[in-house]
Design a protein around this ligand. Structure first.
Ligand code: COA
Ligand code: NAP
Length: 278
């Protein structure tokens, strides 16, 4: 995996939380390919080890992997102290850990709602708070991985819509609080990204995914490389005056097609929700 764009991150230390699969792993690998030293974290030690092996195959830098659940405040703090010990400081933080499943609100338990809020929103808050002391210098920057559900209502996604809307407000609020220290923070909003867990959960199977592609103005679903390239840009000096932005990287999907496709997919998923998790 390499970003489409050429950026030099030789002198850069990057931590990708939730960076062991899918979009976030693609971002981690793109930073490594651009010369950065990279740390990744997620719950599964096996996924962390596999991601680390991929990073090491790209470059001989002293990359790092740590395992924690963003819902466990003490574990997050321990994970960050391991990264702080090895790296000393962070130049770039990617906050991308998330959980998703389709469920109609009427059959979604309080704990189901809370699980996604705890991972996506409270988890992001804990991650940002832990990162802050390692990033208090001009030029450092944070990218949060948001989702179209933050701004577009989707049936069967009340938990994700609420959580990701909160994620974007964390971005905007902290851009105001931390801007005077030179720390930038932005949200990236991927459209439908082919070959990822998140897309497969909401649009299972090739036929549905082709229909989604037809609703995108650019007539294709996105790739992990599309998102990784945008992350490299946002983290680079080329984006030096961009903070508090919520940037769709979606082939124009959010201009209209997303509302219709997400309504259709969500209604389908909500209808099929058996309520078996209640
Ligand atoms: N429909 C309705 N409720 C569901 C559900 C579903 N498909 N899947 C889980 N839940 C509910 C559970 O029933 C439980 O609530 P309860 O205690 O009231 O029964 C609650 O959510 C927590 O479930 P649990 O399986 O214990 O959660 P977990 O902590 O093991 O996993 C998830 C968290 C549920 C978010 C899981 O999907 C996950 O780990 N996702 C990560 C990968 C992912 O989602 N990738 C896409 C990113 S966009
Ligand atoms: P993914 O492969 O499932 O990635 C999720 C990552 O987060 C994994 O590394 C996972 O690893 C980690 N994670 C999950 N729960 C965690 C927890 N509680 N604590 C720590 N780490 C946790 O999914 P993806 O589809 O690529 O999605 C990545 C991001 O893009 C998410 O923020 C998602 O909302 C966003 N997004 C995706 C799409 C899409 O089309 N796929 C579209 C819009 C937005 P472990 O399982 O090891 O914890």
């Amino acid at each position: 995996m390499t970003g489409k764009c050429r950026f030099d991150f030789q002198d850069t230390q990057v931590f990708v939380v939730g960076g062991t699969s899918g979009i976030n792993l693609g971002i981690a690998l793109a930073f490594a390919a651009a010369g950065a030293r990279v740390a990744v974290a997620s719950r599964s030690q096996d996924k962390v080890a596999a991601a680390l092996a991929q990073l090491r195959a790209i470059s001989p830098r002293e990359h790092l992997g740590v395992s924690f659940d963003v819902r466990d405040k003490d574990a997050v703090a321990n994970g960050f102290s391991v990264v702080a010990e090895a790296f000393g400081w962070l130049d770039v933080l990617i906050s991308g850990a998330a959980g998703n499943f389709p469920a109609a609100a009427a059959s979604l338990s309080e704990n189901g709602f809370k699980s996604v809020m705890d991972i996506d929103l409270l988890g992001s808050f804990q991650v940002l708070k832990q990162a802050y002391p390692l990033m208090r210098r001009p030029g450092s920057n944070i990218i949060q991985i948001s989702a179209p559900q933050a701004a577009i209502a989707m049936p069967g996604q009340v938990h994700v819509c609420a959580a990701k809307a909160g994620v974007d407000m964390l971005t905007r609020t902290l851009a105001m609080e931390w801007g005077n220290e030179g720390i930038r923070i932005n949200s990236l909003v991927p459209g439908p990204i082919a070959g990822t867990e998140g897309f497969e959960r909401l649009a299972p199977g090739e036929a549905l995914q082709r229909r989604v592609a037809a609703s995108v103005p650019m007539q294709r679903n996105g790739s992990v490389t599309d998102i990784a390239s945008a992350a490299l840009f946002l983290a680079s000096e080329a984006a030096d005056y961009i903070t508090g932005a919520v940037l769709p990287v979606d082939g124009g999907w959010s201009l209209g097609g997303a509302s219709m496709a997400m309504a259709e997919l969500g209604q389908m998923a909500a209808r099929q929700d058996s309520g078996e998790h209640r």
